[in-house]
Write a protein that binds this ligand. Structure first.
Ligand SMILES: [Zn+2]
Length: 69
């Protein structure tokens, strides 16, 4: 299990994923390296996805295309 929270750094604001056992403990944002405490009511997620999973990348470049000849 894991918990997700938003980085308190306003300049970052990324979603940070930490272990469920990290509640109430200090973790470090992997993006801006800001230290903060994981709230006890942090959302629990069952899946451990990558930090960033672009769902809607329509029209964006650098998307995985299967048109590889
Ligand atoms: Zn951050």
């Amino acid at each position: 299990m894991a918990v997700t929270m938003i980085c308190p750094n306003l300049r970052c604001g990324r979603t940070v994923v930490a272990a469920d056992s990290a509640r109430g403990k200090v973790v470090r944002c992997g993006h801006c390296h800001t230290l903060f405490i994981v709230p006890r009511d942090a959302r629990t997620v069952s899946e451990q996805k990558s930090a960033e999973v672009p769902k809607e990348t329509t029209g964006s470049s650098s998307t995985k295309r299967t048109g590889r000849s």
